[in-house]
Design a protein around this ligand. Sequence first.
Ligand SMILES: NC(=O)c1ccc[n+]([C@@H]2O[C@H](COP(=O)([O-])OP(=O)(O)OC[C@H]3O[C@@H](n4cnc5c(N)ncnc54)[C@H](OP(=O)(O)O)[C@@H]3O)[C@@H](O)[C@H]2O)c1
Length: 283
Amino acid sequence: MKYAITMVTGKFGKAVINYLMDLVNHNDIIALARNVNKAKQELPDDIEVRPGDYTNKDEIVESLNGVDKLLFISSQPGGDVSRLQQHKNVVDAAKKAGVKYIAYTSFPHADKADNFLSKDHTATELYIKEMGIDRSFLRNNWYLENELATLKAANDGGTFVYAADNGKVGWALEKEYAEGAVKVLTMEKPKEIYEFAGKSRNYDELANALKPVAANDFAIKDVSLDEYKDGMQKAGLPDAVAKVVTDIQALIKDGELQEETDDLENVLGHPLTPIEEALKEIL
Ligand SMILES: NC(=O)c1ccc[n+]([C@@H]2O[C@H](COP(=O)([O-])OP(=O)(O)OC[C@H]3O[C@@H](n4cnc5c(N)ncnc54)[C@H](OP(=O)(O)O)[C@@H]3O)[C@@H](O)[C@H]2O)c1
């Protein structure tokens, strides 16, 4: 059984390779990277690296030659080629190369979600289905690492600022989602849909979990979305970035990341890292 992983120079891909190396023969792992030299430098010598630029379909067809199972890690928005087109390239390439199964890292409740982050994932899930390839959708909730700037500001004795009100999030460490992905990829009979998430919490609960492990005491402030955006701009974030992070707060406020599921722990077969420990780890 040959396993291919995309985007291996990224944090998620690298964590996946680390977990996969413990479970399968290293000869059975094929690492796809946009930058092959970078991947060769970063990965162990016995892992085969092949080209995998999502904007180059033909290159990916060739790289997926002989691959049975593909872990397809979602790309990032904002490139010259749209993220959806990049994703379609990967799926087309997998189909052409005869890949039998795709595990795709998706968005929470991608079939029902309707927000600026979910659209490409909804369309990609549909496209994989239309292509008739066996699949699992790994609907990853939120990486705890996404909150690093807020957590650091508080840890340094500043203020823990958020605007998502009582909106709930299923935070877990990025590497825990990666481990879940590897478990599904190597399963004999995986399910089609996994809603992967940690325990559901709001920002106030997250801030209070940080209190006992933070280096300094800090204040917690729930502000309006407008105040949040202003604060981000004053802190020096470019307008476009301030808008995106504020839109994410709005999406959380609207309950788009609200989740009650044990899928991740069930697949991992062990409990998730307790929140205080996870916070210490990323800080
Ligand atoms: N659920 C969540 O909370 C959450 C949060 C953040 C991200 N995500 C998703 O998770 C994915 C992985 O995150 P990450 O932390 O691994 O990101 P990362 O560390 O920033 O890595 C991004 C990776 O994407 C690669 N890449 C960019 N454009 C590419 C292209 N055209 N073709 C092939 N590879 C390309 C980069 O390659 P180079 O090394 O060549 O630049 C790099 O390997 C993201 O892309 C995003 O879809 C989810």
